[in-house]
Every structure is written in C-alpha cells, then in structure tokens.
Design a protein around this ligand. Structure first.
Ligand code: IVH
Length: 705
C-alpha cells in the first residue's frame, strides 16, 4: 500500500476479488485497509465540505467490510467501523411510496372466526344471509412481501413492504430472481401496474444454503423466512442473485378492472404473463369448503417444500373487494386463517417484571432457551399477576410454550407432575422494580401500575422510545440504546429535548461511539421531523388507549392542534358538551375519554405540550379524499337502506370526510332515513335537521365520487 493510497472508485470496487475467494490472510489485510480507509473518508467528510468519494462507493466499502466480517467473524477488528456504536448508519435503501398501500391481513384462529367473516361480508354487501359468495382460498406463504412496478411492460421498480405506505427500493437485487419476469409480454396490460407477492426460499434450498454457510464459518439463518429477507436486503445484488429465491404473486396494487375481474382471473392472467402462481388454491362456495381446504393444507404442510403459516381467504369478485375496502391496515374482504401455534417444553429460570410506557408492570418468564417452530425462544410474556396465579407459574417449573407467527411467545401451561418440591407461588412486587414507587392496582383492572409517572425512569424512557418509533415521529438512527444512553446522561428528559440535542453537541460527540458524521446525521434526521402531521403527534404522545386509529379519529374531528388541545382541556368542565360530542363518535367509549381527561389534567403533560408546540410545526389534518358536500358534515343513519348495509354507508361517508354519529342533535347536519326509520327521524324533524331519503343519499354519494 502506498503512503497516499488512491481514492477508491466504483470501478475499483467492482474489480475487487469476490469475498468468497479471499484467503484468510488476504482477508486480514483487507479488513485492516477497510478500517483505515473508512476512517479516513469519515475524517475527510467532516474536515472538508467536499466529499472525497460518492455515497455509492462509501456504502460499498461499508458493505464489503460487513460481508468480510460475516465470513470471518473472528477477524473483526476493534477499530472496525462496524464496532462503533452510533457511527454512520449502515448503507440504506432509498424510500419508495407504493401506488396504493400494501395492506396486511386480519387473522382468524377458529372456525367461528371464519363463520363470522362470511356473515360480516354478507351484512356489509347487503346480501341474503344464505347467499352464496365465491371465496378464493390459497396458502399464506411465510416470506416477505414485495411490490413490483412494471412500466410499459418492463420491470421498473421493486420495493419491500416497509410500513405499508413507503418501502425500500430493492430493484437491483430483485432482478436476479428467476421467477420474476423482466418484461411482461402482452398488449393489453396497463402502462403502469404493481404486482404484489411473497418472496420466499424453499426449505430444501434453505438447508443447502445453511450447510454451505456453516462450512464457510458463517452464521446459519434461523429459518427460511429470515434467509429470504436477509438475502433481499443485501447492498450487493450479486449476493442476492446467488441465493435460491422464489416469487409467488398474490395480487396487484389497486384494483384494475381492465386487468382482471376476480382473484381467480388474476391468477390466470399472471400465469399468462410469465409468473408462477402455482401453489394449491381453490374456489370455495361455503364455510365448510373453506374449512376443508384449510384442513387439507394443514395436512399437506409438512410435505410442501416451503413454509406456510395458514390459509388466505379472499372474496373472489373484485367489484365486491372494492366495495368492502379496508379498515386500518387490513382489507375487509380477506382473512388469514392461521395454523395452530407450535409448542415446545422448557424450564422457567426466573420471573422478571418489566415496566411499560404507561407504567403497567408486566411479569416476564425468563426461559431455558428452546426452539419453537425454528425460532429460539428465551422469554415469554405472562401478561399480568392474575394470569400467573391462574396458571400457577413458578420459578423452576417445566412449562409448555408456544408461538404463532410474529406473536410474542406465551406460556400455555405448567407440567405439574414435573414441579420441583421446593417451589413457591409467584408474588407480584407491590413496588415498581425500577423507581420503587408504589405499584397500584385499581379496582376492576388486571394491571398493576407504577405510580411514579415522570419520576420513573423506565416509564420515561419507554415513552421517549414510543415518541421516536416508526408510526410516531419516525426518527431513524435513534435506537433504543441511544435513547437510554441520552436519558442517562441527562440529554433528553421530555420529547421536546430531542429538538435541542444539537445544543448539547459537545457532550454527544464526547460520548463513545459518536463521530462528527454520525451526530450530524442524527441532527439532520431529527430536523426533518419538525414538521409533523397532527395524527402522528397525537399517537406519539403515548396517551393510554390512544392507538393509531384513535389518533386519526381525534385529528380528523378537531382538525388542528390548537382545537384538539383546547377541547381536551374542557373534558373535565361540567358545562362543556365536548365530552358528550366525543362519546357520540363511533369507536369512542367512556374509558378512552377518561384517559384523555386524565392526561390533560397533569401539569407535567401541559408543560410537555407547550414545549412541543413551540418546537414543532404541527400540520392540520387533511382528509384523504374529502369532498365539498360531505367533508366535515355530521351524519346519522336510521332505518335500513336497500342498496347498501349500514356499515358500507358509514365507510362511504367517512371516506369522503364526514363524521358518522349515533344520536341526532342540533349539531347533526343530515339524517339519512331508510325503511322503518323510528324515533331518530322524528327527532330530526323536531330539531329542524335536514333529512335525506335513500335516493337523495345515493345522489349525494354518486355526485361526490
Ligand atoms: S394477500 C390486501 N395472499 O401475508 C391483501 N398475502 O399477514 C394482502 N401473504 O403482507 C395480502 N401469502 O406478505 C396475501 N396468498 C397470500 C399471501 C399473503 C402470504 C403475506 C403478505 C401479507 C401478509 C399478511
């Protein structure tokens, strides 16, 4: 190596010997070179405005270092860039917004859930309770979801699911997968279409891959799904291309009537275009046919060469799928019927207590590690003290544990005959194990809560973690360990402190693991979040019982931060109608209202909100597809409509920006009356509220679509 090494270029990187062919001694010298080279580039980056290399080359160096370390874990150097906590983030993929969101599925675990699903479909579509509905049933493949965008027939973009709205651009990697055509050969395909499906690895291929990894001294993958996900998220596309991946298409982004009119039609269409939707699937006409398919797949499961974790049911007709739409993150027209959870036996070593963001104490079993369905399980939640008492789980017990999909592992039961002689029943601590404030259990509640509030470090840190999490402020590069470390150093106590971190730059830089570059990256990431949507902010506050759906509902109801805040402060006021108005909203109950009132009563929370209001630019809520006629209107439905069910009418009204409530008051804008309307229609007349008959309601809807 020369004294002034040449600056690496993309051509230089491309010409490097593949990592698989490097000898140990070559790896030693290359790792030394990479450590000093990356450090030199970091130095150049912050000492100089002019970046020495392109981001792509910098990322490639990082990636090369990571792959080499993966192959030779014992050669990882203490000065390696990978060992610097909080150092510049690993190379990332560009963000991509999906044409329509990538949804997930609601789960069913029992036959009853399947019956309920069919009954709900019929009700929603206003069909006869006995009406036949064709349901497409197919396997639920356990891999990772991908969306492929074809433009004028050519594969233009491949993106991971991400949070459902935005994913990561993995196009270069996906091009190496054989079952994904680069071109769609047909004249009548839309100019732009997104094909959705699952990338997975066959079990046999996974076993061969793992054998090769073990032989090469690399860490084997835990299961085929991790192997598939790990293979797609490679910076170097040649690595992905070398992995035996498959693609199973199951849908398209958005509903395009010209492409196919049913789920079964879609499979035919996709086959004609060069895809392979060749897993077993069946068109069912009743619950018993659906269950027969489910049982058949459950039996076949071990014989099929890929992992499936259940069966997916979908309404076959696409016009019906469209009418049903989605609620939250899942379509109403589809259901995942999961196979029974996998179980194993192990021993409880200890029972610890964790303190959550709202102060709830959760007992957790620390287990002797055990493999359950291919995943190593070491902890299981015990939910609350009643649950531990009901199952009488004790330290030292042999227990049956289970996990289903991504669900947190659970203790199913104790194997009493194996209980050691000297065990004692578990006693939940009466004080918070972290801040030692009394832990109180209110009448009627299963949970015991730490009463320490802001004085409890566990609660505070958990709230801060929630505040920066993906569905809240979504601050990338600020992981749990950083939050804890910053909190311990006194750098952040309340959420607003995040936006003042840069003022503490000297302290941050002095901390181990932080460099000029990584600190600047963090400030930049935080800065982009000063502008925040109202619903995200409401969710980020972590008010008990306020999840994403409720946060959206509150944002939609009050529109702006100021409106919302002043309404919430009136909740305790005896003369205020705010409480009644809030309770009239669909999906709002008194315990939610109490929780909001309690939050706003606390002066610490008021200070926290003042601070955030000064730091942030909180964006008013904008309804997704509002319409001048319906937007902001309050509607009551009464009586039965012929053309649609009450639920469909409610969804249609809400999707156009209206608010649907259950009781008529002077604030109601319209009362829509179907057949046999009853007292609400009379009340509308008394109060002088405008009523619409079904035809007028239909006209209003069609005029706004
Ligand atoms: S349909 C809007 N069909 O399961 C419909 N999903 O738990 C969305 N999956 O994110 C998906 N096999 O990644 C569908 N035959 C199948 C599937 C399938 C596997 C995955 C998919 C989805 C997840 C939801």
């Amino acid at each position: 190596m020369t004294e002034h090494p040449p600056i690496p270029t993309a051509a230089h990187m491309a010409a490097m010997t593949p990592v698989e062919s490097l000898s140990r001694s070559e790896a030693i010298s290359e790792l030394a070179w990479l450590a000093s080279e990356i450090a030199r580039l970091d130095q150049a980056y912050h000492g100089n405005d002019d970046p020495v290399v392109s981001d792509a080359v910098y990322d490639a160096l990082w990636q090369r270092n990571r792959i080499l370390e993966g192959r030779f874990p014992d050669l990882i150097r203490p000065d390696s860039p990978s060992q610097r906590i909080g150092a510049s983030p690993l190379p990332t993929f560009a963000k991509v917004t999906h044409q329509t969101p990538m949804l997930s599925l609601d789960n069913a675990f029992s036959e009853q859930d399947v019956d309920d699903f069919l009954a709900k479909l019929r009700r929603f579509l206003n069909l006869d309770p006995e009406a036949e509905i064709a349901i497409w049933a197919g396997p639920k493949i356990d891999g990772l979801a991908i969306s492929l965008r074809y433009e004028n027939g050519r594969l233009a973009l491949a993106a991971t699911r991400g949070d459902g709205v935005t994913g990561e651009n993995v196009t270069a990697n996906i091009r190496g997968i054989n079952s994904i055509p680069a071109r769609l050969d047909a004249d009548d395909i839309p100019d732009r279409i997104e094909i959705r499906g699952e990338i997975y690895m066959k079990r046999s291929a996974f076993e061969t891959l793992n054998k090769a990894r073990i032989a090469a001294g690399e860490k084997p993958f835990a299961n085929p799904r991790n192997a598939a996900a790990g293979s797609v998220r490679q910076i170097d596309p040649t690595i992905t291309a070398g992995r035996p991946l498959q693609f199973f298409p199951y849908g398209i982004g958005g509903i395009d009537r010209h492409f196919a009119t049913s789920q079964s039609g879609l499979s035919k269409r996709l086959t004609a275009l060069g895809f392979h939707p060749h897993a077993p699937a069946r068109l069912c006409r009743s619950a018993s046919e659906m269950l027969a398919f489910y049982q058949y797949m459950d039996r076949e499961r071990t014989r099929i060469d890929f992992d499936i974790d259940g069966v997916v049911y979908k309404i076959n007709r696409w016009d019906w799928q469209q009418r049903m739409g989605a609620v939250g993150r899942a379509p109403r027209w589809a259901l995942a019927h999961k196979f029974a959870a996998e179980q194993a036996q192990t021993t409880v070593k200890e029972i610890d207590v964790q303190v959550g963001r709202t102060g709830i104490l959760t007992p957790v079993a620390r287990l002797e590690p055990v493999l359950v369905g291919g995943v190593n399980v070491t902890n299981a939640t015990l939910h609350n003290e009643d649950e531990v008492a009901r199952k009488d789980i004790r330290c030292g017990d042999r227990v049956i544990v289970q996990r289903a999909g991504d669900v947190i592992p659970q203790v199913v039961a104790v194997i009493l005959k194996d209980r050691p002689a000297d065990t004692l029943p578990y006693r939940m601590p009466q004080d918070c194990p972290v801040c030692h404030s009394p832990a109180i259990r209110l009448p009627g509640e299963a949970a015991r809560r730490c009463s320490g509030g802001f004085a409890c470090s566990a609660q505070t840190v958990e709230r801060l973690k929630h505040f920066v999490s993906r569905n809240a402020l979504d601050i990338s590069g600020l992981g749990h360990t950083h939050i804890r470390a910053f909190w311990e150093k006194g750098l952040i106590k309340i959420p607003g402190d995040l936006f003042r971190l840069q003022e503490k730059d000297a302290t941050i830089i002095a901390q181990e693991g932080w460099s000029r570059l990584s600190a600047d990256n963090l400030y930049a990431a935080i800065e982009t979040r000063r502008e925040i949507d109202l619903d995200r902010l409401i969710y980020a506050l972590g008010i008990p019982q306020v999840g994403q759906t409720t946060a959206k509902l509150l944002a939609k109801t009050y529109g702006s931060f100021i409106n919302w805040r002043s309404a919430m402060m009136m909740l305790d006021h005896p003369e205020s109608e705010i409480r009644a108005d809030l309770l009239a909203l669909d999906g709002v109950g008194s315990s939610l209202v109490d929780s909001l009132a309690l939050f706003f009563r606390d002066p610490d929370h008021q200070a926290l909100l003042d601070d955030l209001a000064a730091q942030l630019r909180i964006q008013d809520f904008v309804a997704s597809s509002s319409n001048a006629l319906l937007d902001g209107k309050t509607i009551v439905f009464t009586g039965s409509l012929d053309s649609m069910s009450r639920s469909e009418a409610k969804v249609a009204a809400e999707s156009l920006g209206a608010k649907v409530v259950g009781t008529v008051s002077a604030k109601t804008d319209w009362v829509v009356t179907g057949a046999n309307p009853g007292s609400k229609a009379r009340k509308a007349v008394d109060l002088g509220v405008k009523t619409l008959n079904e035809q007028e309601w239909q006209n209003l809807l069609s005029g706004s679509r």
